[in-house]
Write a protein that binds this ligand. Structure first.
Ligand SMILES: [Fe+2]
Length: 265
């Protein structure tokens, strides 16, 4: 079964606003249409947070508008830039196939979406209730392979500034996954760059943002000129997976000088 991972669109309510010189709505549309052209047959899409940059209802309405007509349901998670109230207001009565289930099934795989947002903080945490729910979901379906999705990275990705903003209790997550060998992969957003690793037999993956990219291996905040994109994951019946990243064919988006903040065209 084919699953798509899009993350960190950082949309604005104001259609003129840009992030680091990037029109994040335009790049999201470009990524979505690329995904539809290449992977339109996918079973579902997961969007792992930072859906909005300004936390205003209109930014979520624009997300729903972008997703309308896409051939897959979109499962949404919050990120540290998201506001739950604005999200539900903005998404209400939108016709796009948007889902907020924390668990769904694709053949003999279950996909589990964990809320890792700590209110008022940029880094993340998994609450005791979330960890308990994960434990029970894995125990209830021992014959299903499992893919866990969340916003924050549970392991360092090699960028010290970003690794200061990771999940603060990744050890608790891996304590759960070690008890459940049916967990095959953990997938996250937040880092705006690709990561592909492994821990205790679990594949560890992150994906590019659909908008602004962060430079891998940076000690301090730095942008990357690589193009926006998404990850595809082919979840195979034997519990293995194939995966890859597609970037928009237009090439890299403009990268402003370091330190340049939010700008308007
Ligand atoms: Fe982000």
């Amino acid at each position: 079964m084919l699953l798509l991972h899009l993350t960190d669109p950082h949309l604005f309510q104001d259609p003129e606003a840009t992030l680091k010189g990037v029109d994040t709505f335009a790049t999201l549309m470009s990524v979505l249409h690329t995904a539809r052209a290449i992977h339109g047959h996918a079973a579902a899409m997961v969007l792992t947070g930072d859906l909005s940059q300004d936390e205003r209802p209109g930014s979520y309405a624009r997300l729903a508008w972008a997703l309308e007509g896409m051939p897959w349901p979109a499962y949404l998670l919050k990120g540290n830039h998201d506001d739950a109230d604005a999200m539900w207001v903005g998404l209400t009565r939108q016709p796009a196939d948007i889902r907020t289930d924390r668990q769904f099934f694709l053949d003999n795989w279950q996909v589990l979406l964990l809320d890792s947002v700590a209110p008022g903080r940029v880094d993340g945490t998994l609450s005791a209730a979330t960890l308990d729910w994960l434990e029970r979901a894995l125990s209830a379906h021992p014959r299903h392979h499992a893919l866990i999705c969340l916003h924050h990275h549970p392991v360092p990705v090699g960028s010290p500034w970003m690794d200061a903003l990771m999940l603060d209790n990744g050890a608790d997550l891996f304590a759960v996954t070690r008890r459940h060998p049916n967990v095959r992969a953990v997938l996250w957003g937040h880092v705006h760059q690709c990561f592909d690793g492994e821990r205790d037999g679990v594949r560890l993956l992150s994906s590019p943002s659909t908008g602004v990219q962060f430079a891998p291996g940076s000690d301090a905040f730095a942008l990357d000129a690589r193009a926006p994109g998404y990850r595809w994951l082919e979840l195979l019946a034997d519990g293995t997976l194939d995966t890859g990243v597609c970037r928009v064919p237009d090439g890299p988006v403009p990268v402003p000088e370091p330190g340049e903040g939010l700008v308007r065209r």
